[in-house]
Structure formats: structure tokens, C-alpha cells
Ligand binder design. Structure first.
Ligand code: KE4
Length: 441
């Protein structure tokens, strides 16, 4: 149609055939009140939309692209794998290489099983924990998101947090009857649940660095406290490292914070951009998983050859180039530190939480340490900020309660351009004695 962008045209047609026109809710840009972009290509730190516009990308496919888009080593590995066939439904050497890489980089991983998404990894880890402990209850944290298996859709974070309700339709009461909800960074709330559910809790699952209510780091002692209480109560500690795995350190958050879980879940980075998830941990727990033990779990495309090729290439590169972590952490510090300085200078009522290459700008003047403080953020102001920066060629999460991801492809030029655009937005932000028209103009 004349006068509308290609993205808008594609979106209009897609809405007729795909729920909301998208294959994952957050992509619909509903939280930022504007039609979504349709992406046509990407390279390094940049996305290109269907209208040919380029953006610095801080979503990075929600975390997988720690090396940036279209990394030569990953592209080559996948191209070399294609002629050997796309899928066999049988064991391959690549799956062994992947298991050796993951267990070599993550100390708590004695055994690991590949699946196809973070959701599948979490669903399977919960089942293994319940099968191993012969207990049913699971403790999770408000605002933490662990994918969309029924048992986890209570007080979800991420897309659910940005929606009107924290529960999902279609989840029967029985499916969540054994899911208990604690407050992040509040060990007292965990103790209370353990006290009320003695010898009934199979596991505590936590994002060791919460990144689905925006970014909320664990306070000193919180993860250690979970470890101690789980050990004392005979419950398993599950780290959901779908975002933090292989990002905070080669060994993930468990290496970064020095706390060893019993099970861990992974996704995103281990697939190099292709669909991969994994769960693993203590040998005695994983040996309960079929075909070895009574906990059933399976998957047609688990360990898919192309996905393994991409994952092996990315993990091998990270293992062989520790300087990547120095770089992404340095760029993260420059970006999030720079944003803090702008907020300081402009007295804007906002807050930046960050750890390394992960961070979030909250539109609230309060400290953000858990779900209840995060949800005080002004999502309409976030939407204005998102829109202004998008027009300046900066593509961020289209929702307040997500994370900014910095990749190895982001350099000083990208950070400088981003800070310049942010400064322009905040210089006359309402609530600050600036002059000129409002930031919404
Ligand atoms: P997937 O099933 O989307 O691969 O992974 C689910 C999941 C599990 N655990 C954590 C900590 C996660 O962050 C996720 C998925 N993350 C969201 C971003 N907040 C995926 C983006 C989307 O839903 O489109």
C-alpha cells in the first residue's frame, strides 16, 4: 500500500495469519505502543529492517548473539554442516563435542541433555528434580521468567510482566498447585515457604541474575543463602542460566558468583542463534533421565546437527578467546556507566541496573531490587524513550521489563552514538529543570 512502510505492510498481512502477527509476543511491540519492525538482515552489532534502515542492536535475539550477528566462524560452521544433512534423529559426534564443551566450561555440569529451547530445558529440569527428590513443590520468584511451561506461568516476568495479568489463561489450577512464589532478593520469603512445605519442595528455581523484570542483580548473600537453605531442606537448587549462561563468565553466573547449583538450564548462547536448549548438573540426578532412569524426556530435533555446529562454533570461540568477556564487560560498563552519568546530569527520575554486558534503564527513581520495585517503572515513559532512540537508529528491547544485551561486535562508536541519543532525550526530560520542548515532542 502506498505511504506505509514495508514493515507495516508485512505486519498488516501477518496479523491475518499469525497471532498478533508475531511468533513471540514481545516482538509485537505492544508494550511500546507502536507497530513492530520486520527485520530483513543483520551483521555484527547492526540490524537492518524491511525498509533498509540500520539500527544498533541491543536485543541480539534476546541474548544468543554474544559475538554479534553473522559471526564468520559460526556462519562457516553451519555452511559446512549443511551438505552433511540437516537432521538424522540419531546420535552424532557433534552432540558429544557439545557435551564435552559445556561440561568443561561449567563446573557443576557432570552430565547434560540437549533440548530445543529454554522452556524445554526448564520443563525437563523441573521434572528431573521432582523425579530425583520424589517431591512435587517448586519455589520460583516473582518477576523471574523461565519460559512458558504451565508450572512456571505464575507471576511470570518478561512478556507476562508487561501484559495485564501475571497468570496465563489455559493453565489449569492443578498445573500450578505445586508452584510456590517467593520474592527475589528476600531469603525470608524462601524460608517461610520452606517452613510451610517441609520435605515437600523438590527445587528452588532462580535466574541467578534476574533479567526478565528488567535486570535485577542478586544482592550479596542471596544466592549463597539459597544454596544453604536448599542443602539444608533436601531441595535442589536450579539456576536458570538461559540468559546468564556463558555470558557473565565462561562458566556462567555460577562461576561469576561462585555458587554451585544442583541443576542448570541453558539456551540462547549455546545455540549460536539456532534453536538449542540444555539442562544438566549432578550425575546422580541426570542418571534418572530416560533411557537411563524413570524420568521421561525426549525430542525429535534435540542435538540437531546444524544447531550443534553453530553452538560448538560459538562456545569454542568463547573458550578460545577470553578477551571477548573483557570487551563486552568494558562496553557494558561504558554504556551503563554513561547512562548513569546522563541521568545524574539531567536529574532524570530513572535508574540503571547492570552487571557486565547486561543492563536495563528503569523509568523509576526508586532502587529496583525485586518485582514489586521493578513494576513501579513508568512504562509509557519507557515507550517514549524507546521510540525516540529507535528513530535515532538504536534498537532496544521493545518493553521496559527486558534487558539490554551488549555483544562483542559493539564498539566505542556504537556506545557513543547510543549515549548521544540518550542524552538528547533526557536533556529536557520532564521532571528536570531543562528548557525547550518535552522529550516527547
Ligand atoms: P525460550 O523457550 O524462549 O528459548 O527460553 C525461555 C526462557 C527461559 N529462561 C529465561 C531466564 C529466559 O529469559 C527465557 C526466555 N527469554 C525471553 C526474553 N526475556 C525470550 C524472548 C521471547 O520470549 O520472545
Amino acid at each position: 500500500m502506498k505511504g506505509i512502510s514495508r514493515s507495516e505492510e508485512l505486519y498488516r498481512r501477518a496479523q491475518a495469519l499469525i497471532p498478533g502477527g508475531v511468533n513471540s509476543p514481545v516482538r509485537a511491540f505492544r508494550s511500546v505502543n507502536r507497530p513492530p519492525l520486520f527485520i530483513a538482515g543483520a551483521d555484527g552489532a547492526y540490524l537492518r529492517d524491511a525498509d533498509g534502515k540500520r539500527y544498533i542492536d541491543y536485543v541480539c535475539s534476546w541474548g544468543p548473539l554474544i559475538l554479534g550477528h553473522n559471526h564468520r566462524e559460526i556462519a562457516r560452521a553451519v555452511a559446512e554442516a549443511v551438505p552433511r544433512g540437516l537432521s538424522y534423529g540419531a546420535a552424532t559426534e557433534a552432540e558429544l563435542v557439545m557435551a564435552e564443551l559445556m561440561t568443561g566450561m561449567v563446573p557443576s555440569l557432570e552430565m547434560v541433555r540437549m533440548v530445543n529451547s529454554g522452556t524445554e530445558a526448564v520443563m525437563s529440569a523441573l521434572r528431573a528434580a521432582r523425579g530425583f527428590t520424589r517431591r512435587d513443590r517448586i519455589i520460583k520468584f516473582e518477576g523471574c521468567y523461565h519460559g512458558h511451561c504451565d508450572a512456571m506461568l505464575v507471576k511470570g516476568g518478561s512478556g507476562l510482566l508487561s501484559g495485564s495479568s501475571a497468570d496465563s489463561a489455559g493453565v489449569p489450577a492443578g498445573a500450578v498447585a505445586d508452584t510456590l512464589v517467593a520474592a527475589f532478593n528476600d531469603l525470608g520469603s524462601v524460608e517461610a515457604l520452606f517452613a510451610a512445605n517441609r520435605e515437600a519442595v523438590a527445587a528452588v528455581i532462580v535466574e541467578p541474575l534476574a533479567a526478565n523484570m528488567g535486570v535485577v542483580p542478586p544482592e550479596p548473600g542471596f544466592l549463597e543463602g539459597l544454596r544453604e537453605r536448599c542443602s539444608r531442606e533436601g531441595a535442589l537448587l536450579i539456576f536458570d542460566e538461559v540468559i546468564t549462561g556463558f555470558r557473565l563468565a565462561p562458566g556462567g553466573a555460577q562461576e561469576f558468583y561462585g555458587v554451585r547449583p544442583d541443576l542448570s538450564t541453558f539456551g540462547k548462547i549455546i545455540g549460536g542463534g539456532l534453536p538449542v536448549g540444555a539442562y544438566g548438573g549432578r550425575r546422580e540426578i541426570m542418571e534418572t533421565v530416560a533411557p537411563l532412569g524413570p524420568v521421561y524426556q525426549a525430542g525429535t530435533l534435540s542435538g540437531n546437527p546444524l544447531a550443534m555446529a553453530a553452538g560448538i562454533a560459538q562456545l569454542s570461540y568463547l573458550k578460545g578467546h577470553p578477551e571477548v568477556y573483557d570487551h563486552i564487560n568494558r562496553m557494558g560498563d561504558a554504556l551503563f556507566g554513561g547512562l548513569r552519568e546522563i541521568l545524574e546530569r539531567t536529574a532524570a527520575p530513572c535508574r540503571v541496573n547492570s552487571t557486565g554486558s547486561l543492563g536495563c534503564l528503569f523509568f523509576t527513581g526508586n532502587e529496583v531490587r525485586d518485582f514489586s520495585s521493578a513494576k513501579k517503572a513508568d512504562t509509557s515513559r519507557y515507550a517514549a524513550y524507546f521510540d525516540r532512540l529507535l528513530r535515532q537508529g538504536i534498537y532496544q528491547a521493545p518493553a521496559q521489563f527486558e534487558a539490554l544485551f551488549v555483544s562483542a561486535a559493539h564498539g566505542e562508536a556504537e556506545i557513543a552514538r547510543t549515549l548521544e541519543a540518550a542524552e538528547a532525550f533526557f536533556k529536557d526530560f520532564p521532571g528536570n529543570p531543562g528548557e525547550g520542548k518535552g522529550a516527547y515532542g
